[in-house]
Design a protein around this ligand. Sequence first.
Ligand code: ZN
Length: 218
Amino acid sequence: MTNPATPLPSSLISRYHGWRATSFQENKAWYARLAEGGQHPRTMIISCCDSRVHATTIFGADTGDFFIHRNIANLVPPYAPNEDYHGTSAAVEYAVTALGVTNLIVMGHSLCGGIQGCHDMCSGKAPELEKKTSFVGRWMDILRPTYEKVAKEGGTDEEQVKRLEHEGILTSIENLMSFPFVSERVNAEELALHAVILDISDGTLEQFDQSSNSFNPI
Ligand SMILES: [Zn+2]
């Protein structure tokens, strides 16, 4: 059987040529330095796959600035060393132990389809997500205990989803602390964890504040 990969759509090819001729050309020295000296990002960002969440744009980042991992609903699973495929845990391990990042940001966002799906699944409105074969459903199981907590507090579905978007980020921060190589560095003040959430409608970025135990606009 031949491999089914095909050439890129022409629209992407022309966009690529545009980048190569302008931005790449203008920053050639910087790209050469990154290639020769390796990458030394100080910050890792874990954000959602959602196309509306663009961490590099929000922080005006350059190539080489951020080590970015994206997954459905910007989740970090608990530390679970076994022989399964752990893409997110591998990215965290590499960023923390090999690159030595000093900041790790979990960035959530409003109107997250993954969080909405988690709420639908856990509240019985999306039985298809309960199936063993649903990768999204089994991934969102990470937030099932957080959903239970949010649902107990009551409110409309909309209010619960909004709280789950925020609480899910804090669950990921807690799960990060279950990785020994993360908690050791956090306790030694070599690594700082940050929880932020982006409102994709109005561009507001809120960050979690320990003293008030709440997310506040930056
Ligand atoms: Zn999302």
